[in-house]
Structure formats: structure tokens, C-alpha cells
Design a protein around this ligand. Structure first.
Ligand code: TYD
Length: 138
């Protein structure tokens, strides 16, 4: 799907456990300016419901599992994240919703820019109008 794909990180695994290093522009396609994580989400809760104009993100479920719905005017996918060595890259102009957070799950997000509400599109009709134009040229 446009502007989304899975990333698979190399693990340093030995009898002591696993270690996954992530370096901006080395094993993810952007420099990391911001890190946040989502946890303690009720299993019935659905979050997200937005798109970004310019932001690049990598979503990693570092504990437990969560489903991510990504869509644009022409495509839609549901990805279950349940492996701390994999990330879902989401670029600009992709609508996303997160749900089915397992108990105790932690969703880590690496982002290419500092937080600004100006970069969000939270209204789905507004998203569609903008995205139809954007994806027409791809
Ligand atoms: P939001 O991005 O809407 O969460 P989700 O998409 O998971 O439902 O963010 C929830 C709240 O947290 C909102 O008030 C904005 C704030 N926030 C920050 O202050 N900084 C951040 O980096 C992020 C991602 C959110």
C-alpha cells in the first residue's frame, strides 16, 4: 500500500535475550525527532482516526499485540503488530486507526517531526478530499 510498509530489524539475540537497535536513516527511512508510546489502552478502545500531512512514523508493538488499520482513498489494510523486531512504517496522507490492544501491550512510535497539531487531519471527509487529490498524482 502507498506510503506504508513493514520494516524488519536485525536482532542481537543470545542466551541473554534479544536487543534491537534502531538508528535514524540507517534502518528506518527518516531521522527520529520524537518518540512516544501508548499503553494501558482498554481492549475495547479504538484510537487514531487521523492522518498526517508531512509526518513519517514507525510503529512498533514492543509488548503484546495491536491491530492497525491503514487506508487511503483506494486501498485498505489491517496489520497486526506483535513482534518487537518489526515496525509498520506510515508516511504522509495515510488514515490510521489502532484497536484490539492486548492487555499490557505497549505501542512505541518513532516520529520524524516534533509534535504539532497543525500536521493532523482528524476529519475523515477532509482527509478524503485532500487524499483524492494527492493520490491522483501517484
Ligand atoms: P493523538 O495523536 O490524538 O493520539 P491517538 O492517535 O493515539 O488517538 O494524541 C492524543 C493526545 O496527546 C492529543 O491531545 C495530542 C497529545 N500528543 C502530544 O502532546 N504529543 C505527541 O507527541 C502526541 C503523539 C500526542
Amino acid at each position: 500500500m502507498h506510503n506504508t510498509h513493514m520494516l524488519e530489524f536485525s536482532k542481537n539475540s543470545d542466551e541473554y535475550g534479544n536487543l534491537v537497535p534502531i538508528e535514524g536513516r540507517r534502518n528506518i527511512p527518516f531521522d527520529i525527532k520524537r518518540v512516544y508510546y501508548i499503553y494501558g489502552v482498554d481492549q475495547k478502545q479504538r484510537r487514531g482516526f487521523h492522518s498526517h500531512n508531512d509526518l513519517h512514523q514507525a510503529l512498533i508493538c514492543v509488548s503484546g499485540s495491536v491491530k492497525i488499520l491503514v487506508k487511503n482513498p483506494n486501498e485498505e489494510e489491517i496489520i497486526e503488530l506483535n513482534d518487537p523486531s518489526k515496525a509498520l512504517y506510515i508516511g504522509p496522507k495515510v488514515w490510521r486507526e489502532m484497536y484490539d490492544f492486548s492487555e499490557g501491550s505497549v505501542l512505541l512510535v518513532l516520529a520524524s517531526e516534533y509534535y504539532t497539531e497543525d500536521d493532523y487531519i482528524r476529519d475523515y471527509d477532509e482527509y478524503l478530499a485532500d487524499a483524492i487529490e494527492y493520490y491522483k498524482n501517484i
